[in-house]
Ligand binder design. Structure first.
Ligand SMILES: [Zn+2]
Length: 106
């Protein structure tokens, strides 16, 4: 277990969490390397309607995990946005019948 007792600020925790996750976007061809452009992504989407955890809670969770890369990954904001769009498309496909009803007569 990592010693994080002396670490107090969110910025420091974020830097440590990013380091644990490899300090780069999970998309291999990505050319964004600036840490301020990184988001921490829950690999399996949490979906809508569920309370999101605070950033600090996520950082601490990652730092306590033995193998955080099984659950979390870094995505730059662009790739995070694209993943979110794809996840939402999947979400809507599952609700396809409802969506078709909604668009009838438009
Ligand atoms: Zn990226």
């Amino acid at each position: 277990m990592r010693d994080i007792s002396g670490t107090t600020t969110n910025k420091e925790l974020r830097a440590l969490a990013l380091k644990c996750l490899g300090n780069r976007c999970a998309v291999p061809e990505c050319t964004w390397f600036h840490p301020d452009a990184f988001d921490i992504d829950h690999i399996v989407p949490l979906g809508t309607g569920r309370n999101r955890n605070s950033s600090r809670f996520v950082y601490l969770t990652i730092l306590k995990m033995t193998n955080p890369r099984q659950e979390y990954q870094i995505l730059c904001t662009n790739h995070h946005r694209l993943k979110t769009v794809l996840d939402m498309e999947e979400y809507w496909e599952n609700k396809n019948s409802l969506r078709q009803l909604d668009t009838q007569g438009v």
